[in-house]
Each structure stands twice: as C-alpha cells, then as structure tokens.
Design a protein around this ligand. Structure first.
Ligand code: FES
Length: 183
C-alpha cells in the first residue's frame, strides 16, 4: 500500500490565502482562486497536483472540478513536476520573426530535452507559451516573475543559461514580487 502525505499549507501561506479571500464578499470566495493557485504552486514544489487542487477546492468550499478547470486553462500553472527554473519561452508570431524558433531549437539542443521536458539534473524545464506581452524585445522568455529579453544570439542564450545556473530560487512564494503586487 502506498502512503500519501497529506498536503498542508504553511501558516504564512494560509495567512495570505485568508487575506485574498477577505477581498471578496461572502459567498464569492472563488474569486480568489488565481492567487491561491499561485501560492499552492509555490508551496508544493512548483506545480499543482490533483491533491493540491483538491486542497484549494476545500479551502474555497467549491467543487474540485472548478479548480481543475482554472488550473488547466492558464499556462502559468504547471500540472506535473518541473525543474528548478521553468523557461517559459514565447513562440508567438512577433517573437518568431525575431528568431524564437531558433532559440527554442538551441535550448532543446543545449539542454538535451524536448518541449515540456525537464533536464536530467532537474535544473530546467522547457515550456513554450504564447505571447508574454514583450513583443518588441523578442525573442524573449520568462522565468518566474522576470523577463529575459533580446535573446537573439547563441552567445546571449549561453549567458542567460549561465546566469540561471547560478540563480537561487526565492522561496517561499509569498515573499516574491508577484505576490507583493497582488496584495
Ligand atoms: S510575441 Fe513574444 S512577447 Fe509577444
């Protein structure tokens, strides 16, 4: 028999969650679902498992399917385990005109992975996404809350990868820039 560890939010995360819920009228707590899913993703290893989504559903007092349909719609939520750095690479038209396809090919080659995969050392996950609203500075990619722009040569791509290899991930999530802005 496989024993599964019960998921539980930290006290700090629960305080953030309650604050988000308090922004909405009684009975409308579901409106806080996006920031709570972000917190869940950060608290539970960078992805939202079915167990994590069930936990969110319980807190919001809604059906699990209502959480699944949101988490599976937005590409910012990872539905399977990911590496330390998730490289969200824009592959929409304007970035492609500036070389996004070539950047994605180089990433696949240098990291020895395909789209959606994670490197053997657990350092990088390659995740092509649609427009990230930085079309004038493509080809570009996003890692957590930061944009890395004008990655238009192999040299710049190598520099970027080196930077990421030496970058620690800031945790817990409620201390990061994105949630500060969401408060
Ligand atoms: S097309 Fe890449 S950011 Fe808009």
């Amino acid at each position: 028999m496989t024993e599964t560890k019960e998921l539980k939010f930290s006290e700090a995360a629960m305080a953030d969650i309650q604050r988000y819920i308090s922004h909405y009228p009684e009975g409308r707590q579901k409106s806080a679902i996006l920031p709570i899913l972000h917190i869940a993703q950060a608290e539970f290893g960078g992805w939202v498992s079915p167990e994590a989504m069930d936990l969110v559903a319980g807190i919001l007092n809604i059906q699990p399917i209502e959480v699944y349909e949101v988490a599976t719609f937005y590409t910012m939520f990872n539905l399977k385990p990911v590496g330390k750095h998730v490289l969200e690479v824009c592959r929409t038209g304007p970035c492609c005109l500036r070389g996004a396809d070539q950047m994605i090919d180089m990433l696949k080659q240098k990291l020895n992975i395909e789209e959606g995969e994670t490197t053997a050392d657990g350092m990088f996950t390659l995740k092509p996404v649609e427009c990230l609203a930085s079309c004038g500075t493509g080809p570009m990619l996003q890692v957590r809350e930061k944009f890395y722009e004008n990655i238009d040569s192999e040299e710049r791509l190598d520099q970027f990868l080196e930077t990421m290899r030496n970058t620690e991930v800031e945790t817990p999530f409620h201390q990061t820039e994105l949630t500060k802005n969401l408060h």
